[in-house]
Design a protein around this ligand. Structure first.
Ligand code: SAM
Ligand code: SF4
Length: 322
């Protein structure tokens, strides 16, 4: 079992396979063009898998593949299969913007993927295009439908942004309710890479918007899910991810590996260690030692709940995988 320095059990590894993306979401990517990490600096699937094996052997039970946009990396289904074949009872999930999902969903399911989280920030083509900086909605919806059809469990993520999609939260909730997908509204986490002027909502504000149409109650938190769930009178359960709340980090069970082999203990901070050299030298003991050292130094809390005026996180979501 893996424990961090505060005694929290860590059993969830998020693995980014690329920082590249075919969207430029306002809350995630800079307005100005920038350069990607050169492809040769990325770990191969084989090397990422070597570290995943170390992590599973040490106590990781849930692996989520993310990015950037993970479906941009060729042969992702082979990577999924490597993980599935090593331990088929791993909770194996993927987070995607779904632009390329329609053509990949069946292959991913056949390879052993169990669950998929899709970012859906708007049901209006023009608003979705404004958020992603590209005409994306039809492909996202086709991708979600295909994933559902092939039997992947679908969850929807939505980041409410002021003046952008805040008039659609109820519509998105109703779309998900009708389709039987859980939706999670994510508080915008301020960071230096998002568009300047991007403003989100905190959980109380998100709830107030939904309460205009639906009565709901707060559910008891179970396990270490980052989502605080709420249940409408009709029985539909939706979640809000509340990193600005004081107790959000108390049950954090996550650690993140970037596509270039950097192990990140907290989404907010820049502290991290590379496992690249150890993995490429096949030094499994060293990789396991780095994993434990990173966990021993995992911060107690993020700083998103700090008073106005505190520094903004320098971590890029497209690099850490969210
Ligand atoms: N490209 C994929 C996607 O968009 O689902 C996977 C990577 S993305 C970085 C993972 C998650 O991070 C998405 O659900 C996205 O909405 C979320 N995210 C990105 N930037 C964020 C921010 N500034 N605040 C809150 N959530 C953010
Ligand atoms: Fe790309 Fe996902 Fe970031 Fe949007 S949130 S720019 S889809 S990595």
């Amino acid at each position: 079992m893996l424990l961090d320095g505060y005694g929290r059990k860590v059993d969830y590894l998020r693995v980014s396979v690329t920082e590249r993306c075919n969207f430029r979401c306002q809350y995630c990517m800079p307005e100005k063009p920038f350069s990607w990490v050169p492809k040769e600096n990325l770990l191969s699937y084989e090397d990422l898998f070597k570290f995943i094996k170390v992590s599973i052997d040490e106590g990781i039970t849930k692996v989520r593949i993310t990015g950037g946009e993970p479906l941009l990396r060729e042969g992702l289904e082979h990577f999924v299969k490597m993980i599935y074949d090593y331990k088929n009872d791993i909770d194996l999930a993927l987070t995607t913007n779904a632009y390329l999902l329609e053509q990949c969903a069946q292959k991913l399911k056949d390879a052993g993927l169990k669950r998929i989280n899709v970012s859906l920030d708007s049901l209006k083509p023009d608003v979705a295009a404004k958020i992603a900086q590209k005409d994306v909605l039809a492909k996202i919806l086709a991708g979600i439908a295909k994933a559902d059809e092939v039997g992947l469990k679908v969850k929807i993520n939505c980041v409410p942004m002021q003046g952008v999609n805040d008039d659609e939260l109820v519509d998105i909730l109703e779309f998900c309710k009708e389709k039987g997908y859980p939706v999670r509204f994510i508080e915008f986490m301020e960071n230096q890479h998002a568009h300047s002027g991007a403003k989100g909502y905190n959980s109380d504000e998100i709830q107030a918007i939904i309460r205009k149409k639906y009565n709901f109650t707060k559910l008891e938190r179970t396990g270490s899910s980052p989502s605080q769930d709420y249940k409408t009178e009709e029985g539909y359960v939706f979640g809000v991810i509340e990193p600005h709340k004081d107790d959000f980090c108390a049950t954090c069970n996550r650690i993140r590996l970037t596509a270039s082999g950097v192990l990140i203990p907290c989404l907010y901070f820049e502290d991290a260690q590379s496992i690249k050299d150890a993995i490429q030298a096949n030094d499994i003991d060293k990789a396991a030692a780095i994993l434990k050292d990173v966990l021993a130094n995992k911060p107690e809390k993020n700083k998103w709940n700090d008073e106005e005026g505190s520094e903004t996180s320098a971590r890029a979501f497209y690099e850490t995988g969210g």
